[in-house]
Ligand binder design. Structure first.
Ligand code: PMP
Length: 456
């Protein structure tokens, strides 16, 4: 086997890392993760790293689950690949579709499989437009999304997203609009309570539908909690109002559950935590806990009926519902059910971590420390009372993230917001360890920012 130094040299020479500062990565090099168990990663220098991000919000059941490995290996031996296009299908895809119908809210009984979250959202764009074509309302094709949203990285899914850098680098597809997201800390006007702000933000949806005309709007897409946008947990008034608006209008409500689905918020799906009733569920990541790539789009019965009546939907990917990926999903979901991981997030480890996480709001650098289920954020601010921003937005967040990584804790930074989403199997002791590392990180960040003259 190659040494760490040799691997680093090859990495710098040949591997382009996206989503990062490519130049800095080539200069500094990356840590090479060699193995993992539970919530712990091991790098090629032998460091043990606490994975506060479950990989990329995937590894809900934790690393090292032999049961999933065995299920995948057995499936690869029996039938490594077959498609579900031309009057063929296979047992893992059938069993998984039935399992998903059992776990999702009652209106969901049918699934399209994909290979990822981005593919799922591409599927959704075609699907909602096809839905209204069949209903002979082809002019209903605008999809409303929210600023700062992340729905994937293909051109179409990136167009649904509301992040400027992703739009800047390629063409965006037409007929997608972006409205405000319920980010109270970031946007709150003086004198407005969170609840007033939540209502006003929700009503931006109504105002946009009215301004454009209901006959042109096909759908609204949102994550229950905006994840990659910074773990934006809306005020309590937001979702009931959005649900009312969607109910009263002839538009499809799409819940992107790629991050919030499969237990993250303390229910099987985030829409249940917030009491909305979507028409379409988008899933990926936690469906297999990241052990294999897989995505899915579930449609409510009223949507499925129309699509079936239309007769065709020309769509599918070679790896949609890959047998080994479906086998991984089935084993993963069996673990989640047997160990009641969703109940554990709701009633045990979720409240345990939240109590300790909320206390971080007392740190001089932290403006707010929200958490729902096992997904949380820390808003860094130079001045809590004034809710001010740092002179150069994003630098303090990156600084904190890098201190955290040095302290062998994986967190991510979105602007000046640190975000966390540990595996759902994290123990109480590991929660304590996580919070201790966060405190150390905040203290180190504070000291450095003092040197910069950014805090007093
Ligand atoms: N939707 C959401 C909410 C996501 O967070 C992501 C990935 N972070 C995606 C879609 C895209 O998923 P993928 O990376 O599997 O294409």
């Amino acid at each position: 086997p190659k040494s760490t130094a040799e691997l680093r040299a090859l990495d710098a020479a040949h591997h382009l890392h996206p989503f990062s500062d490519m130049k800095a990565l080539n200069e500094e090099g990356s840590r090479i993760v060699v193995k993992a168990e539970g919530v712990w990663l091991t790098d090629s220098d032998g460091n043990r790293i606490l994975d506060g991000m479950s990989g990329l919000w995937c590894v809900n059941v934790g690393y090292g689950r032999e049961e999933i490995v065995e299920a995948v290996a057995a499936q690869l031996r029996e039938l490594p690949y077959y498609n579900t296009f031309f009057k063929t299908t296979h047992r893992p895809a059938i069993e998984l579709s039935a399992k998903l119908a059992e776990l999702t809210p009652p209106q969901f009984n049918k699934v399209f499989f994909t290979g990822s979250g981005s593919e799922s959202n591409d599927t959704v764009i075609k699907l909602v437009r096809r839905f209204f074509q069949i209903k002979e309302k082809p002019e209903k094709k605008i999809i409303i999304s929210r600023r700062n949203a992340y729905h994937g990285s293909t051109v179409a899914a990136g167009s649904l997203g509301g992040m400027a850098p992703m739009h800047g680098q390629s063409a965006v597809i037409p007929d997608i609009l972006h409205i405000a997201q319920p980010y109270f800390w970031g946007e709150a006007r003086q004198g407005e309570t969170p609840e007033e702000f939540g209502l006003r933000t929700a009503r931006a949806l109504e105002a946009t539908i009215d301004a454009m005309g209901e006959d042109r709007i096909a759908a609204f897409i949102a994550e229950p909690i905006q994840g990659a946008g910074g773990v934006i947990i809306p005020p309590a008034s937001y979702w009931p109002e959005v649900a009312r608006i969607c109910r009263e209008r002839d538009i499809l409500f799409i819940s992107d559950e790629v991050i919030c689905g499969f237990g993250r918020t303390g229910n099987w799906f985030g829409c249940e935590t917030f009491g909305t009733e979507p028409d379409i569920l988008v899933m990926a990541k936690g469906i297999t806990s990241g052990y294999m790539p897989l995505g899915g789009v579930m449609v409510a019965d009223r949507v499925a009926e129309v699509l079936l009546e239309g007769g065709d939907f020309n769509h599918g990917y070679t790896y949609s519902g890959h047998p080994a990926a479906c086998a991984a999903a089935l084993a993963n979901l069996a673990i989640m059910q047997r160990e009641d991981l969703v109940g554990r997030v709701a009633n045990d480890v979720g409240p345990y971590l939240k109590a300790r996480w909320s206390a971080l709001a007392e740190h001089p650098l932290v403006g707010e420390a929200p958490m729902t289920g096992l997904v949380g954020a820390l808003e860094l601010t130079p001045d809590k009372a004034g809710r001010t921003k740092f002179p150069d937005v994003g630098k303090a967040g990156t600084l904190a993230r890098d201190f955290s990584f040095k302290n062998n804790l994986v967190m991510r930074a979105v602007r000046d917001r640190l975000i966390i989403a540990p595996p759902l199997i994290i123990s109480h002791e590991e929660c304590d360890e996580l919070v201790a590392r966060v405190r150390k990180t905040l203290d180190e960040t504070f000291a450095e920012l003092k040197r910069w003259g950014w805090v007093r």
